[in-house]
Design a protein around this ligand. Structure first.
Ligand code: CUA
Length: 144
């Protein structure tokens, strides 16, 4: 086999590998992209809504320099719909030990669904520089 054919074969194998990893992430690990909702007026009040046993909705407001609500308690094995917006500047939201990684964008709502299957304290941190208090911007979710 000449070098050209070898290079082609190797790059085809790599492409297949990357594609397989994407499928693995999407279907086995349940990783998907956050949704950005721009056609609905953002809420201006933070809320925690219990939809049913183990189904919750949290409407988060990211504001310099905290997330509201600052503390949420939910039972383990809950599926939580997270909606996020910002009334001031762009923030980021990452929930430790989960796949939640959202942007808080003024005028828009971002959305992601997460399941908390392990009890513990999950810190919610801002990962987008948003001003002088950025490094202190966090809140928490307590799963019991
Ligand atoms: Cu909010 Cu950084």
């Amino acid at each position: 086999m000449n070098a050209e054919k070898l290079a082609l074969s190797l790059s085809s194998i790599l492409l297949l590998l990357f594609f397989a990893l994407i499928l693995y992430g999407a279907y086995v690990r349940g990783i998907d992209l956050p949704t950005c909702i721009t056609n609905v007026k953002p809420f201006d009040k933070d809320t925690v809504i219990k939809i049913s046993e183990n189904r919750y909705e949290i409407r988060y407001i990211a504001r310099q320099f905290s997330f509201f609500p600052m503390e949420v308690k939910i039972p383990k094995n809950s599926i939580v719909d997270i909606y996020l917006t910002s009334p001031d500047v762009t923030h980021g939201m990452q929930i430790e030990n989960t796949n939640v990684n959202l942007m808080a964008i003024p005028g828009a709502i971002t959305y992601y669904r997460v399941k908390f299957d392990k009890p513990g304290e999950y810190r919610v941190v801002c990962h987008e520089y948003c001003g002088l208090g950025h490094q202190n911007m966090m809140s928490k979710i307590i799963v019991y």
